[in-house]
Write a protein that binds this ligand. Structure first.
Ligand code: ATP
Ligand code: MG
Length: 492
Protein backbone atom coordinates (compact mmCIF):
# COMPACT_ATOMS: atom_id res chain seq x y z
CA UNK A 1 0.00 0.00 0.00
CA UNK A 2 1.61 3.23 -1.05
CA UNK A 3 1.28 6.46 0.78
CA UNK A 4 -0.57 7.85 -2.21
CA UNK A 5 -3.25 5.16 -2.15
CA UNK A 6 -3.64 5.83 1.45
CA UNK A 7 -3.85 9.60 1.36
CA UNK A 8 -7.19 11.30 1.42
CA UNK A 9 -8.65 14.71 1.70
CA UNK A 10 -11.71 14.56 3.88
CA UNK A 11 -13.72 17.34 5.46
CA UNK A 12 -11.06 19.78 4.41
CA UNK A 13 -8.33 17.92 6.31
CA UNK A 14 -5.03 17.11 4.72
CA UNK A 15 -4.54 13.63 6.06
CA UNK A 16 -2.06 10.94 5.11
CA UNK A 17 -2.01 7.54 6.65
CA UNK A 18 1.12 5.45 6.92
CA UNK A 19 1.79 2.51 9.17
CA UNK A 20 5.49 2.70 8.67
CA UNK A 21 7.29 5.93 7.90
CA UNK A 22 10.35 4.17 6.56
CA UNK A 23 8.20 2.16 4.20
CA UNK A 24 6.63 5.43 3.25
CA UNK A 25 9.98 6.95 2.38
CA UNK A 26 10.65 3.88 0.26
CA UNK A 27 7.58 4.53 -1.87
CA UNK A 28 9.03 7.82 -3.03
CA UNK A 29 7.25 8.17 -6.34
CA UNK A 30 6.90 11.90 -6.39
CA UNK A 31 3.84 11.88 -4.22
CA UNK A 32 5.19 12.44 -0.80
CA UNK A 33 8.15 11.79 1.39
CA UNK A 34 8.83 11.90 5.04
CA UNK A 35 12.47 11.65 5.77
CA UNK A 36 14.98 14.19 6.95
CA UNK A 37 11.86 15.76 8.40
CA UNK A 38 10.34 16.68 5.10
CA UNK A 39 6.81 16.17 3.99
CA UNK A 40 6.20 16.77 0.33
CA UNK A 41 3.26 16.06 -1.85
CA UNK A 42 2.64 16.71 -5.49
CA UNK A 43 -0.71 14.98 -5.51
CA UNK A 44 -3.23 17.12 -7.36
CA UNK A 45 -5.57 17.37 -4.40
CA UNK A 46 -2.83 17.67 -1.84
CA UNK A 47 -0.68 20.50 -3.06
CA UNK A 48 1.54 20.72 -0.05
CA UNK A 49 5.27 21.09 0.18
CA UNK A 50 6.77 21.30 3.60
CA UNK A 51 10.45 21.29 4.38
CA UNK A 52 11.23 21.34 8.04
CA UNK A 53 14.48 20.60 9.79
CA UNK A 54 13.00 20.05 13.23
CA UNK A 55 10.55 17.68 14.84
CA UNK A 56 9.11 18.98 18.11
CA UNK A 57 7.18 16.97 20.69
CA UNK A 58 6.77 19.75 23.24
CA UNK A 59 4.56 22.68 22.22
CA UNK A 60 6.46 24.94 24.66
CA UNK A 61 9.54 24.48 22.49
CA UNK A 62 7.93 24.73 19.06
CA UNK A 63 9.47 27.14 16.59
CA UNK A 64 7.78 28.37 13.42
CA UNK A 65 8.39 25.81 10.69
CA UNK A 66 8.66 22.75 12.97
CA UNK A 67 6.71 19.54 12.54
CA UNK A 68 4.83 18.63 15.72
CA UNK A 69 4.79 14.96 16.71
CA UNK A 70 2.14 14.08 19.29
CA UNK A 71 3.39 11.69 21.97
CA UNK A 72 1.01 10.25 24.54
CA UNK A 73 2.16 9.41 28.05
CA UNK A 74 0.47 8.25 31.24
CA UNK A 75 -0.55 11.77 32.22
CA UNK A 76 -0.76 13.64 28.96
CA UNK A 77 -1.78 13.26 25.34
CA UNK A 78 0.06 15.28 22.73
CA UNK A 79 -3.07 15.17 20.57
CA UNK A 80 -4.64 17.68 22.98
CA UNK A 81 -2.05 20.22 21.87
CA UNK A 82 -2.49 20.12 18.11
CA UNK A 83 -4.19 23.51 18.02
CA UNK A 84 -1.49 25.05 20.22
CA UNK A 85 1.16 23.56 17.95
CA UNK A 86 -0.53 24.97 14.87
CA UNK A 87 -0.98 28.38 16.49
CA UNK A 88 2.72 28.45 17.37
CA UNK A 89 3.80 27.91 13.80
CA UNK A 90 4.01 24.13 13.36
CA UNK A 91 3.72 23.41 9.64
CA UNK A 92 2.51 19.82 9.93
CA UNK A 93 1.61 17.29 12.61
CA UNK A 94 2.33 13.59 13.02
CA UNK A 95 -0.46 11.99 14.99
CA UNK A 96 -2.13 8.65 15.59
CA UNK A 97 -5.71 9.78 14.95
CA UNK A 98 -7.04 12.52 12.63
CA UNK A 99 -7.97 15.70 14.46
CA UNK A 100 -10.69 18.09 13.36
CA UNK A 101 -10.84 21.71 14.41
CA UNK A 102 -10.70 25.06 12.65
CA UNK A 103 -7.03 25.46 13.37
CA UNK A 104 -5.95 21.86 12.96
CA UNK A 105 -7.72 21.72 9.56
CA UNK A 106 -5.31 24.28 8.22
CA UNK A 107 -2.19 22.15 8.56
CA UNK A 108 -1.31 18.77 7.05
CA UNK A 109 -1.72 15.78 9.31
CA UNK A 110 0.25 12.59 8.90
CA UNK A 111 -1.56 9.78 10.69
CA UNK A 112 0.58 6.86 11.81
CA UNK A 113 -0.33 3.85 13.94
CA UNK A 114 2.15 4.70 16.71
CA UNK A 115 3.83 8.10 17.00
CA UNK A 116 6.60 6.76 19.25
CA UNK A 117 7.55 4.23 16.59
CA UNK A 118 7.31 6.99 13.99
CA UNK A 119 9.83 8.98 16.00
CA UNK A 120 12.13 5.96 16.02
CA UNK A 121 11.73 5.52 12.28
CA UNK A 122 12.68 9.15 11.70
CA UNK A 123 15.74 8.67 13.91
CA UNK A 124 16.76 5.52 12.02
CA UNK A 125 16.36 7.41 8.76
CA UNK A 126 18.53 10.23 10.11
CA UNK A 127 21.24 7.69 10.95
CA UNK A 128 21.04 6.20 7.45
CA UNK A 129 21.59 9.67 6.02
CA UNK A 130 24.84 9.99 8.02
CA UNK A 131 26.71 6.76 7.36
CA UNK A 132 30.13 8.38 7.87
CA UNK A 133 29.31 9.68 11.32
CA UNK A 134 31.10 7.76 14.08
CA UNK A 135 28.85 6.84 16.98
CA UNK A 136 29.80 5.62 20.44
CA UNK A 137 26.95 4.17 22.51
CA UNK A 138 27.29 3.53 26.24
CA UNK A 139 25.20 1.54 28.64
CA UNK A 140 25.66 0.01 32.09
CA UNK A 141 24.00 0.17 35.47
CA UNK A 142 25.94 3.18 36.75
CA UNK A 143 28.19 5.84 35.29
CA UNK A 144 26.65 6.24 31.81
CA UNK A 145 26.16 10.00 32.04
CA UNK A 146 29.56 10.45 33.67
CA UNK A 147 31.42 8.37 31.08
CA UNK A 148 29.45 10.10 28.32
CA UNK A 149 30.61 13.50 29.63
CA UNK A 150 34.21 12.24 29.74
CA UNK A 151 33.92 11.11 26.11
CA UNK A 152 32.32 14.44 25.25
CA UNK A 153 35.33 16.15 26.78
CA UNK A 154 37.70 14.02 24.67
CA UNK A 155 35.85 14.21 21.34
CA UNK A 156 34.41 17.72 21.27
CA UNK A 157 37.98 19.12 21.35
CA UNK A 158 38.73 17.16 18.18
CA UNK A 159 35.65 17.63 15.99
CA UNK A 160 31.96 18.64 16.18
CA UNK A 161 30.35 16.06 18.45
CA UNK A 162 26.74 15.43 19.36
CA UNK A 163 26.48 14.42 23.02
CA UNK A 164 23.31 13.14 24.71
CA UNK A 165 21.84 16.12 26.57
CA UNK A 166 21.15 15.44 30.23
CA UNK A 167 19.83 11.94 30.56
CA UNK A 168 17.87 11.45 27.31
CA UNK A 169 18.65 7.74 27.24
CA UNK A 170 15.35 5.90 26.77
CA UNK A 171 13.29 4.78 23.78
CA UNK A 172 11.97 8.31 23.49
CA UNK A 173 15.09 10.33 24.43
CA UNK A 174 17.50 8.47 22.15
CA UNK A 175 15.54 9.10 18.93
CA UNK A 176 15.02 12.71 20.03
CA UNK A 177 18.80 13.08 20.32
CA UNK A 178 19.32 11.39 16.94
CA UNK A 179 17.08 14.02 15.35
CA UNK A 180 19.60 16.63 16.47
CA UNK A 181 22.24 15.11 14.19
CA UNK A 182 23.41 17.49 11.48
CA UNK A 183 25.86 17.26 8.58
CA UNK A 184 28.40 19.11 10.73
CA UNK A 185 28.72 16.36 13.32
CA UNK A 186 31.66 13.97 13.02
CA UNK A 187 31.05 12.06 16.25
CA UNK A 188 28.05 11.27 18.44
CA UNK A 189 28.27 10.03 22.02
CA UNK A 190 24.96 8.50 23.06
CA UNK A 191 23.80 7.16 26.40
CA UNK A 192 21.43 4.18 26.20
CA UNK A 193 19.42 3.21 29.28
CA UNK A 194 17.06 0.33 29.96
CA UNK A 195 13.84 0.50 31.91
CA UNK A 196 12.58 -2.67 30.33
CA UNK A 197 13.78 -5.69 28.39
CA UNK A 198 14.22 -4.91 24.70
CA UNK A 199 14.58 -1.15 25.13
CA UNK A 200 18.31 -1.18 24.34
CA UNK A 201 17.75 -3.58 21.45
CA UNK A 202 15.36 -0.97 20.06
CA UNK A 203 17.57 2.11 20.62
CA UNK A 204 20.72 0.28 19.42
CA UNK A 205 18.94 -0.59 16.20
CA UNK A 206 18.32 3.14 15.62
CA UNK A 207 21.80 4.24 16.66
CA UNK A 208 23.86 1.48 14.96
CA UNK A 209 26.98 2.31 16.99
CA UNK A 210 30.56 1.97 15.77
CA UNK A 211 31.69 1.42 19.34
CA UNK A 212 29.32 -0.10 21.92
CA UNK A 213 30.40 -0.03 25.57
CA UNK A 214 29.01 -1.71 28.69
CA UNK A 215 30.32 -0.08 31.88
CA UNK A 216 29.11 -2.56 34.49
CA UNK A 217 26.27 -4.87 35.48
CA UNK A 218 24.76 -3.68 38.74
CA UNK A 219 21.45 -4.34 40.37
CA UNK A 220 19.55 -1.30 39.03
CA UNK A 221 15.90 -2.02 38.25
CA UNK A 222 16.22 -5.54 39.62
CA UNK A 223 12.43 -5.34 39.94
CA UNK A 224 11.90 -5.24 36.17
CA UNK A 225 14.64 -7.65 35.13
CA UNK A 226 14.21 -10.24 37.84
CA UNK A 227 17.88 -11.10 38.26
CA UNK A 228 21.39 -9.87 37.49
CA UNK A 229 21.47 -12.42 34.65
CA UNK A 230 18.46 -10.60 33.23
CA UNK A 231 20.25 -7.26 33.58
CA UNK A 232 23.30 -8.71 31.83
CA UNK A 233 21.23 -9.96 28.88
CA UNK A 234 19.42 -6.63 28.64
CA UNK A 235 22.58 -4.51 28.63
CA UNK A 236 24.22 -6.87 26.12
CA UNK A 237 21.50 -5.91 23.63
CA UNK A 238 23.81 -2.96 22.87
CA UNK A 239 26.08 -5.41 20.97
CA UNK A 240 23.30 -6.69 18.71
CA UNK A 241 24.06 -4.60 15.62
CA UNK A 242 27.86 -4.90 15.79
CA UNK A 243 29.81 -6.54 12.98
CA UNK A 244 33.54 -7.25 12.64
CA UNK A 245 34.14 -3.66 11.51
CA UNK A 246 32.90 -2.38 14.87
CA UNK A 247 34.13 -2.65 18.42
CA UNK A 248 32.61 -3.91 21.67
CA UNK A 249 33.98 -2.59 24.98
CA UNK A 250 33.53 -4.78 28.07
CA UNK A 251 34.40 -4.35 31.78
CA UNK A 252 37.16 -6.79 32.81
CA UNK A 253 36.59 -6.65 36.54
CA UNK A 254 32.82 -7.05 36.58
CA UNK A 255 31.26 -10.30 37.84
CA UNK A 256 29.75 -10.66 34.37
CA UNK A 257 32.95 -9.90 32.43
CA UNK A 258 33.23 -13.33 30.82
CA UNK A 259 29.57 -13.55 29.96
CA UNK A 260 29.64 -10.09 28.31
CA UNK A 261 32.79 -10.93 26.39
CA UNK A 262 31.20 -14.16 25.13
CA UNK A 263 28.09 -12.36 23.94
CA UNK A 264 30.17 -9.59 22.30
CA UNK A 265 32.25 -12.19 20.44
CA UNK A 266 29.16 -13.61 18.78
CA UNK A 267 28.79 -10.23 17.02
CA UNK A 268 32.33 -8.94 16.44
CA UNK A 269 35.91 -10.18 16.62
CA UNK A 270 36.93 -6.74 17.94
CA UNK A 271 36.39 -6.84 21.70
CA UNK A 272 38.38 -4.53 23.99
CA UNK A 273 38.40 -4.87 27.76
CA UNK A 274 39.01 -2.12 30.31
CA UNK A 275 40.21 -2.70 33.85
CA UNK A 276 42.80 -5.45 33.55
CA UNK A 277 43.38 -6.34 29.87
CA UNK A 278 43.64 -3.85 27.00
CA UNK A 279 43.05 -0.57 28.84
CA UNK A 280 44.29 -0.31 32.42
CA UNK A 281 45.40 2.09 35.15
CA UNK A 282 48.44 1.79 37.39
CA UNK A 283 49.82 3.92 40.24
CA UNK A 284 46.29 4.97 41.16
CA UNK A 285 46.20 7.69 43.82
CA UNK A 286 42.71 8.56 45.07
CA UNK A 287 42.35 12.09 46.46
CA UNK A 288 39.33 13.68 48.09
CA UNK A 289 38.29 15.48 44.89
CA UNK A 290 39.84 13.42 42.12
CA UNK A 291 42.52 10.91 41.27
CA UNK A 292 45.84 10.50 39.52
CA UNK A 293 46.86 7.42 37.59
CA UNK A 294 48.90 6.17 34.68
CA UNK A 295 46.70 5.21 31.76
CA UNK A 296 47.85 2.25 29.66
CA UNK A 297 46.47 1.70 26.18
CA UNK A 298 48.19 -1.42 24.92
CA UNK A 299 51.89 -0.49 25.04
CA UNK A 300 51.29 3.29 25.31
CA UNK A 301 51.09 5.16 28.62
CA UNK A 302 50.02 8.64 29.77
CA UNK A 303 49.64 10.43 33.12
CA UNK A 304 46.03 11.37 33.96
CA UNK A 305 44.81 13.83 36.62
CA UNK A 306 41.11 13.12 36.72
CA UNK A 307 39.11 15.91 38.43
CA UNK A 308 36.25 13.57 39.46
CA UNK A 309 36.17 12.00 42.91
CA UNK A 310 35.93 8.28 43.55
CA UNK A 311 37.61 5.10 42.44
CA UNK A 312 34.56 4.25 40.37
CA UNK A 313 35.36 7.26 38.20
CA UNK A 314 38.76 5.76 37.40
CA UNK A 315 36.77 2.84 36.03
CA UNK A 316 34.50 5.20 34.05
CA UNK A 317 37.61 7.00 32.70
CA UNK A 318 39.11 3.68 31.57
CA UNK A 319 35.87 2.84 29.78
CA UNK A 320 35.89 6.25 28.05
CA UNK A 321 39.58 5.82 27.15
CA UNK A 322 38.84 2.35 25.72
CA UNK A 323 36.10 3.79 23.48
CA UNK A 324 38.47 6.48 22.18
CA UNK A 325 41.31 3.97 21.79
CA UNK A 326 39.01 1.76 19.71
CA UNK A 327 38.72 4.70 17.29
CA UNK A 328 42.49 5.26 17.17
CA UNK A 329 42.41 8.55 19.06
CA UNK A 330 45.88 9.69 20.14
CA UNK A 331 46.64 8.93 23.79
CA UNK A 332 47.59 12.59 24.40
CA UNK A 333 44.13 13.71 23.25
CA UNK A 334 42.54 11.12 25.51
CA UNK A 335 44.58 12.33 28.50
CA UNK A 336 43.75 16.01 27.85
CA UNK A 337 40.06 15.16 27.52
CA UNK A 338 40.01 13.20 30.78
CA UNK A 339 41.93 15.93 32.61
CA UNK A 340 39.28 18.44 31.55
CA UNK A 341 36.21 16.33 32.35
CA UNK A 342 33.74 17.82 34.83
CA UNK A 343 31.27 16.10 37.15
CA UNK A 344 27.66 16.40 36.05
CA UNK A 345 25.31 18.01 38.60
CA UNK A 346 24.27 15.68 41.40
CA UNK A 347 27.12 13.24 40.68
CA UNK A 348 29.58 13.89 43.49
CA UNK A 349 29.87 17.64 42.94
CA UNK A 350 30.71 19.34 46.20
CA UNK A 351 30.26 22.73 47.87
CA UNK A 352 31.25 24.25 51.20
CA UNK A 353 28.88 25.12 54.02
CA UNK A 354 31.04 27.08 56.43
CA UNK A 355 33.78 24.61 57.37
CA UNK A 356 31.75 21.60 56.24
CA UNK A 357 31.86 20.02 52.79
CA UNK A 358 28.55 18.92 51.26
CA UNK A 359 28.84 16.35 48.49
CA UNK A 360 25.84 16.17 46.18
CA UNK A 361 25.41 12.65 44.78
CA UNK A 362 21.65 12.92 44.73
CA UNK A 363 21.09 12.45 41.02
CA UNK A 364 20.06 8.85 41.53
CA UNK A 365 20.97 5.71 43.39
CA UNK A 366 21.11 1.96 43.13
CA UNK A 367 22.87 -0.46 45.52
CA UNK A 368 25.97 -0.47 43.32
CA UNK A 369 26.33 3.32 43.21
CA UNK A 370 25.53 3.68 46.95
CA UNK A 371 28.47 1.42 47.76
CA UNK A 372 30.69 3.44 45.40
CA UNK A 373 29.56 6.68 47.09
CA UNK A 374 30.25 5.28 50.56
CA UNK A 375 33.81 4.50 49.50
CA UNK A 376 34.25 8.04 48.19
CA UNK A 377 32.99 9.40 51.51
CA UNK A 378 35.31 7.13 53.48
CA UNK A 379 38.27 8.73 51.65
CA UNK A 380 37.29 12.28 52.74
CA UNK A 381 38.66 14.31 55.63
CA UNK A 382 36.77 15.14 58.85
CA UNK A 383 33.71 13.43 60.30
CA UNK A 384 32.10 11.41 57.52
CA UNK A 385 28.31 11.48 57.37
CA UNK A 386 26.17 9.75 54.77
CA UNK A 387 22.60 10.93 54.29
CA UNK A 388 20.76 8.19 52.46
CA UNK A 389 17.26 8.18 51.00
CA UNK A 390 15.45 4.98 49.97
CA UNK A 391 16.60 3.12 46.87
CA UNK A 392 13.59 2.45 44.64
CA UNK A 393 12.78 -0.22 42.06
CA UNK A 394 14.27 -3.12 44.01
CA UNK A 395 11.11 -5.20 43.92
CA UNK A 396 10.95 -7.99 46.48
CA UNK A 397 14.64 -7.58 47.30
CA UNK A 398 14.08 -4.11 48.82
CA UNK A 399 14.26 -5.11 52.50
CA UNK A 400 17.30 -7.36 52.17
CA UNK A 401 19.10 -4.94 49.81
CA UNK A 402 18.69 -2.03 52.26
CA UNK A 403 19.88 -4.26 55.09
CA UNK A 404 22.95 -5.34 53.10
CA UNK A 405 23.65 -1.76 52.09
CA UNK A 406 23.59 -0.55 55.68
CA UNK A 407 26.08 -3.22 56.55
CA UNK A 408 28.34 -2.42 53.57
CA UNK A 409 28.26 1.29 54.41
CA UNK A 410 29.27 0.61 58.01
CA UNK A 411 32.09 -1.59 56.67
CA UNK A 412 33.65 1.39 54.90
CA UNK A 413 34.34 2.89 58.32
CA UNK A 414 32.39 6.16 57.94
CA UNK A 415 31.22 7.83 61.16
CA UNK A 416 27.50 8.36 60.74
CA UNK A 417 24.61 7.12 58.61
CA UNK A 418 21.32 9.06 58.48
CA UNK A 419 18.58 7.25 56.58
CA UNK A 420 15.18 8.45 55.46
CA UNK A 421 12.24 6.65 53.88
CA UNK A 422 10.19 3.50 54.17
CA UNK A 423 13.26 1.23 54.18
CA UNK A 424 15.42 3.43 56.45
CA UNK A 425 15.01 1.13 59.50
CA UNK A 426 16.38 -1.81 57.46
CA UNK A 427 19.50 0.11 56.39
CA UNK A 428 20.06 1.16 59.99
CA UNK A 429 19.55 -2.40 61.23
CA UNK A 430 22.14 -3.55 58.66
CA UNK A 431 24.62 -0.94 59.85
CA UNK A 432 24.07 -2.01 63.46
CA UNK A 433 24.55 -5.70 62.60
CA UNK A 434 27.99 -4.69 61.59
CA UNK A 435 28.61 -3.09 64.99
CA UNK A 436 27.70 -6.36 66.69
CA UNK A 437 29.87 -8.42 64.35
CA UNK A 438 32.83 -6.11 64.31
CA UNK A 439 33.80 -4.30 67.47
CA UNK A 440 36.15 -1.97 65.55
CA UNK A 441 33.25 -0.43 63.65
CA UNK A 442 31.55 2.37 65.58
CA UNK A 443 29.08 3.85 63.14
CA UNK A 444 26.22 5.92 64.54
CA UNK A 445 23.08 5.18 62.50
CA UNK A 446 19.62 6.78 62.67
CA UNK A 447 16.41 6.27 60.71
CA UNK A 448 13.95 9.12 60.00
CA UNK A 449 10.44 8.87 58.62
CA UNK A 450 10.77 12.03 56.51
CA UNK A 451 13.30 14.58 55.37
CA UNK A 452 12.15 17.36 57.69
CA UNK A 453 12.86 15.19 60.74
CA UNK A 454 16.26 14.35 59.32
CA UNK A 455 16.96 18.05 58.79
CA UNK A 456 15.90 18.79 62.38
CA UNK A 457 18.70 16.46 63.47
CA UNK A 458 21.40 17.34 60.91
CA UNK A 459 21.16 21.13 60.95
CA UNK A 460 21.89 21.65 64.67
CA UNK A 461 24.46 18.86 64.55
CA UNK A 462 26.46 20.65 61.84
CA UNK A 463 26.12 23.99 63.64
CA UNK A 464 27.52 22.45 66.81
CA UNK A 465 30.44 20.94 64.87
CA UNK A 466 31.87 24.14 63.35
CA UNK A 467 35.21 23.50 65.01
CA UNK A 468 35.28 19.93 63.72
CA UNK A 469 34.62 19.94 59.96
CA UNK A 470 32.32 17.26 58.56
CA UNK A 471 31.97 15.89 55.06
CA UNK A 472 28.34 15.06 54.35
CA UNK A 473 27.40 13.01 51.30
CA UNK A 474 23.76 13.02 50.14
CA UNK A 475 22.36 10.19 48.09
CA UNK A 476 19.07 8.46 47.29
CA UNK A 477 16.80 7.48 44.42
CA UNK A 478 15.56 10.25 42.14
CA UNK A 479 12.07 10.01 43.62
CA UNK A 480 13.50 10.90 47.06
CA UNK A 481 14.76 14.31 45.78
CA UNK A 482 17.52 14.31 48.38
CA UNK A 483 18.97 17.54 46.92
CA UNK A 484 16.21 19.47 48.72
CA UNK A 485 18.10 18.77 51.96
CA UNK A 486 21.24 20.42 50.57
CA UNK A 487 19.15 23.38 49.39
CA UNK A 488 17.61 23.71 52.86
CA UNK A 489 20.99 23.61 54.62
CA UNK A 490 22.59 26.11 52.25
CA UNK A 491 19.62 28.51 52.47
CA UNK A 492 19.82 28.80 56.26
P1 ATP B 1 21.07 6.71 35.05
O1 ATP B 1 20.76 5.25 34.84
O2 ATP B 1 20.24 7.31 36.08
O3 ATP B 1 21.09 7.47 33.76
P2 ATP B 1 23.95 6.75 34.90
O4 ATP B 1 24.32 5.35 34.53
O5 ATP B 1 23.92 7.75 33.81
O6 ATP B 1 22.58 6.76 35.69
P3 ATP B 1 25.59 8.60 36.37
O7 ATP B 1 24.52 9.62 36.29
O8 ATP B 1 26.85 8.85 35.65
O9 ATP B 1 25.03 7.16 36.00
O10 ATP B 1 25.93 8.32 37.88
C1 ATP B 1 24.86 7.97 38.75
C2 ATP B 1 25.40 7.54 40.06
O11 ATP B 1 26.20 6.38 39.96
C3 ATP B 1 26.27 8.59 40.69
O12 ATP B 1 25.71 8.76 41.93
C4 ATP B 1 27.66 8.05 40.76
O13 ATP B 1 28.26 8.34 41.97
C5 ATP B 1 27.47 6.55 40.62
N1 ATP B 1 28.45 5.92 39.74
C6 ATP B 1 28.96 6.46 38.63
N2 ATP B 1 29.81 5.60 38.02
C7 ATP B 1 29.82 4.46 38.76
C8 ATP B 1 30.50 3.20 38.64
N3 ATP B 1 31.33 2.94 37.61
N4 ATP B 1 30.28 2.28 39.60
C9 ATP B 1 29.44 2.53 40.62
N5 ATP B 1 28.78 3.69 40.78
C10 ATP B 1 28.96 4.66 39.88
MG1 MG C 1 22.37 8.80 33.01
Amino acid sequence: MTADNNSRQSQGLYVWQADNLLAATATLDGHWQLGDNQIESSHADLAVNIASTRIATDTRKIQAGDIFLAISGDNFDGHDYINTAAAQGAVAVIISRPMASDIANSIPQLVVSDTRLALGQLAAYRRQQHPDLTIIAITGSSGKTTAKEMLGSIFSRLAPTLITRGNLNNDFGVPMMMLELTDQHRYAILELGANHIGEIAYTTELVRPDVACILNIGTAHLGEFGSRDGICQTKAEIFHTLTDKQVAIVPDTDDYAQQLRNIAKTHTSQVLGFGSTDVTASDIKIHAEGSEFTLHLGSQAGAVRLPLAGEHNVSNALAAAACAYALNIDINDIVIGLNNARPAKGRLDSQMLGEHRLIDDTYNANPHSVRAAAHVLAAQTGTQIMVLGDIGELGEAAVSEHHNLGRAIADTGIDMLLCVGEFAPHSVAGANTNINANAASSIEAHAFTDKSHLLDFLQPYLQAQQAQPCTVLFKGSRSMEMETLIDALVKE
